[in-house]
Ligand binder design. Structure first.
Ligand SMILES: Nc1ncnc2c1ncn2[C@@H]1O[C@H](COP(=O)(O)OP(=O)(O)OP(=O)(O)O)[C@@H](O)[C@H]1O
Ligand SMILES: [Mg+2]
Length: 290
């Protein structure tokens, strides 16, 4: 099981659309399952956006605070999940809808670390789970940062514009500092660059001193389906964005598995993995993966 966190900065770079595209394209060999947990302290948007509020029942992250206090966190977590799989498929692509209001985040202060522990513990649950976590623009540095610290990989979603790079810089620095303060190295942070703007992914990598883990095209029509719903049509999976998202998902899964192997290897072998090193040299001109 792997845990992959997505975060961003102000300006709505596309964190939720990217995390959702990963959920819909995540490779699921041998009956595995994937969960997208919307843990953005500013509130979730998939239920009202992609799902157009077609879902009945009051499910979501806000139920976990009381459940946690009563010692039923895991039991209630499973009850909150929505099935986003294809109609004929098994329930293997699941969503934990996010908060309805940012005010609810205050009450979750003590729950974030336990939620992060629960996500890591899902490794032992059959048939095998991968967790994608949407931390929004502020989650990676605030109280919810426990989720970023325990993730195998943390992705910063950024566009190729000066404004986006400028907004991302302090967030990246805060995230790096938060990981280092807790003894985690920052080689697990990378970028997803959305191809809008004058800067190439390698320029953004240079500016933010991070490797590029994935590149996604600027594809407004497809992104709109992910953020506002509507019928993507039969060709949805073959749109430029969804095809590149499938590539991103394969890369991220491979990177996360390698990161886990690296973490569990004896200390002298804890060097950057081959794929990570390759991405690092390709995306950034310095060695961030130590
Ligand atoms: N790859 C993309 N190409 C073009 N437009 C995109 C892409 N990804 C997202 N968008 C658009 O950008 C806008 C913001 O997307 P999204 O809600 O995913 O951002 P966010 O970073 O999660 O924002 P917030 O911080 O408000 O949660 C939406 O209009 C969405 O359709
Ligand atoms: Mg969002």
């Amino acid at each position: 099981m792997t845990v992959i966190a997505f975060c961003g900065a102000s300006g709505g770079p596309g964190v939720t659309a990217t995390a959702l595209s990963a959920l819909l394209t995540w490779p699921l060999p041998n009956g595995r399952r994937v969960v997208l947990a919307e843990c953005d302290p500013d509130g979730g948007s998939v239920a009202a956006g992609y799902l157009e509020s077609r879902v009945f029942g009051d499910r979501g992250l806000h139920h976990l605070q009381i459940a946690d206090r009563r010692g039923h966190l895991e039991e209630v977590f499973w009850q909150q999940l929505l099935n986003l799989s294809e109609p004929e498929a098994d329930a293997n692509r699941l969503l934990l809808p996010g908060l309805i209001s940012p005010a609810q985040a205050v009450g979750l202060h003590q729950t974030w670390p336990r939620l992060s522990q629960l996500f890591s513990d899902l490794e032992q649950r059959e048939p095998g789970y991968d967790l994608l976590v949407d931390l929004g623009r502020s989650g990676a540095a605030g109280a919810a940062s426990a989720l970023a610290r325990s993730a195998d990989l943390t992705l910063v979603v950024v566009r190729g514009t000066l404004r986006a790079a400028h907004a991302a810089k302090p967030r990246v620095d805060a995230l790096r500092a938060a990981l280092q303060m807790h003894g985690r190295d920052s080689s697990r942070i990378g970028l997803v660059v959305i191809g809008e703007g004058q800067f190439r992914p390698r320029d953004i990598a240079e500016e933010l001193q991070l490797p590029v883990f994935a590149e996604l095209p600027f594809d407004e029509k497809t992104a709109r389906v992910l953020t506002h719903g509507g019928d993507g049509g039969r060709g949805f999976a073959n749109t430029p964005l969804m095809r590149k998202a499938a590539e991103m998902s394969r890369t991220l899964q491979a990177l996360a598995v390698q990161e886990q192997l690296r973490l569990h290897a004896p200390a002298e072998q804890q060097r950057p993995t081959t794929l990570l090193r390759r991405l690092t040299t390709k995306g950034a001109t310095h060695d961030t993966a130590r």
